[in-house]
Design a protein around this ligand. Structure first.
Ligand code: GTP
Ligand code: MG
Length: 209
């Protein structure tokens, strides 16, 4: 019998896109992706987690292009200027990639699960959906998503109409939520210096034998 949820994860048709295009105002304007966390720039944690889940990785950024290019990835700007939010970054990446799917994660959540893409994929395939989004058990976490790149015209129309909220775009599409309530660490994100210090202490502690 055909079991749609057994459809293997199409890694070769997935580009991972790291959202690093924000202003980081709560971090004093310091580019969050390049900020050190327990000895490494934050983006490196996310790169390491996503590399195995995609044919290639791109970084969405609006500054620090050379620093990000040193990771050997394509750096993609937002589709529109003006820091319109992550939705503009998603549109920029969808326009730049040549795979059928875009897997997104933010640069400021260093504990991305190694099976984020495959788990989102299972839900997408089961429901024949165009977008799979992680849910932490309480609400959608829309920056962790698997999106069909063919949605670009719809996304551009939505941005052109002034929409900035990711959730509202998703709800106009065939979207499914994927339960990640068993992975609370993936949703720990770093917005302020105090949050950075707290997570660094936790990671260092966890690294001890
Ligand atoms: N491409 C793009 N990404 C953004 C933009 N604003 C926020 N993001 C990304 O969305 C994710 C969540 O945003 P926030 O945690 O609010 O980060 P931020 O906006 O840089 O930080 P604050 O200025 O302190 O709100 C992060 O990965 C940001 O890089 C934007 O205008 N364009
Ligand atoms: Mg913000």
């Amino acid at each position: 019998m055909h079991r749609p949820d057994a459809t293997p994860y199409p890694r070769e048709q997935v580009t991972a896109g790291i959202l690093a295009g924000g202003r980081a105002t709560r971090m004093g304007g310091h580019d969050k992706g390049l900020l050190e966390l327990a000895g490494r720039p934050m983006i490196e944690y996310v790169l390491d987690a996503l590399r195995g889940q995609a044919a290639r990785v791109v970084i969405n950024a609006n500054r620090s292009f050379e620093a990000y290019e040193r990771y050997g990835v394509t750096v993609v700007r937002d589709r529109q200027d003006g820091f319109l939010g992550p939705l503009a970054g998603m549109a920029g990446m969808m326009a730049a990639v040549d795979t059928a799917w875009l897997l997104t994660a933010p640069c400021d959540s260093p504990q991305v699960p190694a099976d984020l893409g495959p788990r989102l994929w299972q839900t997408v395939v089961r429901e024949r959906a165009d977008i799979g989004v992680a849910d932490n058990g309480e609400r959608l976490q829309p920056v962790f998503a698997l999106l069909r790149c063919a949605l670009l015209p719809e996304l551009e129309a939505c941005l052109a109409a002034g929409e900035r909220k990711i959730d509202r775009f998703y709800r106009q599409q065939h979207m499914v939520a994927a339960d990640f309530s068993d992975c609370p660490k993936m949703f720990v994100n770093v917005n302020t210096p105090a949050e950075r210090d707290a997570l660094a202490a936790e990671l260092r502690h966890g690294a001890k034998p």
